[in-house]
Design a protein around this ligand. Sequence first.
Ligand SMILES: *Cc1c(COP(=O)(O)O)cnc(C)c1O
Length: 360
Amino acid sequence: MKTVHNFNAGPSILPREVFQQASAAILDYEGTGLSILELGHRTPTFESVLEEARNLVKELMGLGDEHEVLFLHGGASTQFLQVPMNLLGEQEMATYLDTGVWASKAIKEAKNFGKVDVIASSKEKNYNYIPKEFITAKTAKYLHITSNNTIYGTQWHDYSPVYEAGIPLVADMSSDILSKCLDFRKFDLIYAGAQKNIGAAGVTMVIIKKEILGSVERTIPTMLDYQQHIANGSMLNTPPVFAIYVCLLTLRWLKKQGGVTAIEKINEEKAGLLYQAIDNSGIFKGTAVKEDRSLMNVSFTAESEELEKEFLKVCKEENFIGVKGHRSVGGFRASIYNAMPLESVKIFSDFIKNFAQRKG
Ligand SMILES: *Cc1c(COP(=O)(O)O)cnc(C)c1O
């Protein structure tokens, strides 16, 4: 097998041992003679997978009994509508921060359910920073943020303006969940598509403080009702069994690395190496404002279109996969999620340095 360095934004790299364990479980799940793919979901075997995954999420995030962990279908994009459907009454108002395409999609969906106040936006600068000055009405039902803006490479680092809003907090953490230390208990609802930092595509993790549910009057379809999912332990229907199992393997791996505190240090080191290589290159430039740079998605451009083409070409030759930037930003983006080895980032940083030396 050839060695590739996978910098894709999502679905993205997972730890090697997770791929190996998941492969083995497809052939024979822990000596049962059954594949994980043919395992009944209402069996003690799968219930223990779900239970362990739930408990590991709580343990790694330092959550207590007030939070419930759900594994749902539909991607983070379904949460854009499921959140307001469950939390926002028709006459009520929710506040949103517009920090990118994903945030604005969440805003669009919320408008179908109640009033939406977009209290700050960085759109005028093509979302290259995180707006930190805003006023949140105390009467708002919740404040919605996107913790890491995958496309633009910006990330919240200082949450104090968000905490100070003093209203229930909802966060789309799809691309940085479990990558850095946070007081997760301060959040009333967190959601994340698994395919970036915690597992395979097909499952979405939703973490909810139970007390915020049950206040809207509309009829919520069963499959979209958080309370129903909680009451049925994420098993209203057949859950995405395999995707949940891959999450469990990734969560076990993360715990073995030393949990969020340990992975955060490595993530900082990885991002530090890459940003340093870019900043010192003379030909590349980071696209995000420095203080808001993401530790997960490093986006940058080259000084000319010609150089960009050439860089992409040599990246391909050297098996650096997925480094082309999103079309709305251009240039390049290296996604360096939890599972991206430090070694690969070192190799890529050196590659950037050498390329710059040759071209500068
Ligand atoms: C990828 C992404 C989404 C969309 O996730 P799906 O699971 O494909 O719906 C939403 N928000 C953020 C921040 C993302 O990075």
